[in-house]
Design a protein around this ligand. Structure first.
Ligand SMILES: Nc1ncnc2c1ncn2[C@@H]1O[C@H](COP(=O)(O)OP(=O)(O)OP(=O)(O)O)[C@@H](O)[C@H]1O
Ligand SMILES: [Mg+2]
Length: 365
């Protein structure tokens, strides 16, 4: 096709239609008189649904009246500018959802009066990445802080603990013994918070090798045997036989199980049932940790992986247990999800990729 085969009108239309930016032409009264495909995609409409309609249909309710005023202002002093400088702008899709936008406005004189060309860029992905980055930066800072603090606080804590235990053994005075026992418990509490913080900072590089996940589940459960029996909890364990190994850091997976099982035990103070299941799902292995405890309302459920989020009494929970669990699982290329029903119980689902090299060689033989 030679360049001459397009007239200038056609060329103009083609360009406007194919640019990745959403483009709208709005007349003096705020009616949409032209819209390109990108804008239709952004807002989820068909062309006939927007042409001839007020541009305010694309703006979320709370900002609509402001927009009318801005439009009147723009009419009085038309100039090319970006809209909403210093403010966050949102577009409203047909399905009612909103997305972050950046909008440029250019006044144009048409035969029917002053029009405005609005160019719209969907910046929701950029916003998401910015937020992720800010979060990662905050967590990295926290990691550095935690390691520093663990060192500074850990050493004197050990001295206090050692002295308190020493005095405890040397005295026969019951009141003194009680006081010293309190010191020991409180120091142990601080040490627990520090250890969680350190695990969270995870300065140690993971050591991955092919490990038997079923064995890890067995070993972790064994640590809790006494605790579980005392708490009137029955355990139900289903581990699929001859599961291929996963490539993982054994200690980290044990930590994952300890944190999940601890949470379940805490959620069943009156006893209940703890279910652990391990089964293959394609190239993944899926671990389910399920309890019949007090469960959580949706508001709690949505926050459980946030650092320092806890519903436990002051000093009882650090709120880092599940943050650590999620960090470890994601570092292993896996995923974690939680389902919960208030007063019924909670299930955590973990999926870890199987060790591909081992699985493949097994299939071949
Ligand atoms: N199995 C569960 N049943 C009910 N709620 C749970 C369960 N597991 C976690 N939660 C909720 O999630 C919150 C966060 O859990 P997380 O393990 O991160 O911290 P924590 O248990 O409060 O503190 P820590 O793990 O340091 O002792 C808990 O305080 C609790 O409200
Ligand atoms: Mg916990």
């Amino acid at each position: 096709m030679s360049p001459e085969s397009f007239d200038s009108e056609q060329q103009f239309r083609l360009i406007v239609e194919t640019v990745p930016t959403g483009i709208l032409l709005v007349d003096e009264s705020g009616t949409i008189v032209m819209v390109n495909i990108s804008a239709l995609h952004q807002f989820g409409y068909e062309r006939k649904e927007v042409l001839g309609k007020s541009v305010e249909m694309l703006i979320p309710g709370p900002s609509r009246s402001d927009h009318r005023q801005h439009r009147a202002g723009f009419k009085k002093a038309p100039q090319t500018r970006s809209m909403g400088e210093g403010r966050e702008l949102f577009g409203l899709r047909k399905d009612g959802s909103e997305f972050a936008v950046e909008i440029g406005l250019t006044p144009i004189q048409t035969a029917k009066g002053m029009g405005v060309v609005a160019s719209i860029v969907d910046i929701s992905e950029r916003k998401r990445l910015e937020m992720q980055l800010r979060r990662a930066e905050r967590l990295a800072e926290l990691g550095t802080l935690a390691s520093g603090m663990a060192h500074e606080i850990g050493t004197p804590m050990n001295v206090i603990l050692g002295r308190a235990e020493y005095l405890f053994q040397r005295t026969a005075d019951e009141g003194m013994k009680k006081g010293l026992a309190t010191i020991v418990t409180q120091v142990e509490r601080i040490t627990k918070v520090m250890n969680q913080l350190l695990a969270f900072a995870r300065r140690r590089a993971p050591e991955r090798r092919a490990v038997d996940f079923g064995e890890i589940v067995d070993d972790s459960l064994e640590m809790f045997q006494e605790r579980i029996a005392q708490s009137h909890i029955t355990v139900d364990k289903t581990i699929e036989s001859s599961l291929p190994p996963v490539r993982a850091d054994r200690d980290q997976l044990i930590q994952v199980l300890i944190n999940l099982v601890m949470n379940s035990i805490h959620a069943m103070p009156e006893g209940g049932r703890l279910r652990l299941s391990l089964a293959r799902e394609g190239s993944y292995v899926c671990l389910g940790v399920s309890d019949t405890g007090h469960g959580m309302p949706e508001e709690t459920r949505s926050k459980v992986f946030e650092p320092f989020f806890t519903t436990k009494d002051f000093g009882k929970g650090t709120g880092l247990g599940l943050t650590v669990v999620k960090g470890i699982i994601e570092e292993h290329g896996g995923t974690i999800a939680v389902e919960s029903a208030l007063d019924k119980g909670t299930t955590f689902w973990i999926r870890l990729p199987l060790d591909e090299a081992q699985t493949a060689s097994k299939c071949e033989t």
